[in-house]
Design a protein around this ligand. Sequence first.
Ligand code: GDP
Length: 442
Amino acid sequence: LPVIAIVGRPNVGKSTLFNRLVGKKLALVDDMPGVTRDRREGDAHLFGLDFRVIDTAGYEEDDAATLPGRMRQQTERAVADADAALFLFDARVGLTPLDEEIARWLRGTDRPVVLVGNKAEGRAGEAGLYESFSLGLGEPIAISAEHGEGMADLFGVLQPHIEAAESENPDDEAEEDENGPLKLAIVGRPNAGKSTLINAMLGDDRLITGPEAGITRDSISVPWEWRGRPVELIDTAGMRKRAKVQDKLEKLSVADGLRAVDFAEVVVMMLDATKGLEAQDLRIADRVIEEGRALVMAINKWDVAQDRKELFEGIRVALDEGLAQIRGVPLIAISAMTKKGIDELMETAFATREAWSRRVTTGELNRWFRAAIEKNPPPAPKGRRIKLRYVTQARTRPPSFVLFGTRVDQLPQSYERYLLNGIRRDLGFGGVPVRLTMRAPK
Ligand code: GDP
């Protein structure tokens, strides 16, 4: 997807705009001091435009001496990764020296910049908007991220850049991402061992945050490397806990852990070997599958597990029954404490991402499909046969298929499951969520 970086000084409304574009309440937007954020990313939709949006750091203002330097780094990194920069300023406040400085950095990049005045509901921002012509970044548009005003204008200025980026990378979908860092989130009930695992991965000397020692309130990612392969650990409650965050943030941690799922490619769900599989675990897993993320289950605390063979088999069976949509989900026994099983876990996470990103050719798919419907023909409700014509893979990540035929709306669920299970089993999609939709040809 084309990438747009939202840049601007603190408090101009970057997170509010990010939330509006991504369409979920992912960020907390408040003015709590002591909070440092790294970048956040999300998939944005704007009147049918799809793109990826990066929200750059919102640093505290009270550390004015070092702020510009840190902001500059963040901004330049984000803009370098983006196809265009969306420079947001506060139209009510008008330009500040920091705005002018950011504009100077942006004029020096080779990326296109769109200039956007925020908080311009009503006529409040007019003076600020006029003033912003002086930045030398072209004509500003006026929006109110909070009230959703000006979104059509925003569409208008972003569309050309997004389309230009798309035509440069016509099929960047899977290929590029597959070589990129593995975006990994770790979820699970409290005390399953998430923090311990993250510590084991990062090593105790690795600090999650910078020397400012603020801590994230949003999903951030921490770079890691496993056997020379880049990994981005997406923020979880565990990270937050480790950094001794303020009370108010701590209370948000359960929902936050799940929020990390939105940013992940692969989700490791941790089970506690001393507790077994509980209903809540299945609910969390369900949510991950619903979001279409690839899932790897880890049974932690294996070092102290009793009756290991029975335990493992019991959980295996319970998972296949409880999560029929992803029968065969990978299951790895680990000990975060003794660091056993982490390599196998990571190996599996990478392999799972590959399956999740896999595209089968239409030829291969339909050879399989013809054999499958020959072996077990679709039923004929009321004597009229459902005619299934062909299947295509519409998307990857997660793999999504479209089945064409007549009267497909009458296809029983059991037959759908038969096809889905076959796709998963025979075409290399084991354990990843696979989607199938039906369509009657026009
Ligand atoms: P979180 O809430 O999921 O982040 O869980 P923590 O990482 O804080 O771990 C909860 C408790 O389980 C702590 O007392 C850990 O020391 C313990 N723990 C975590 N992993 C293991 C493990 O692999 N083996 C054993 N025996 N204990 C573990």
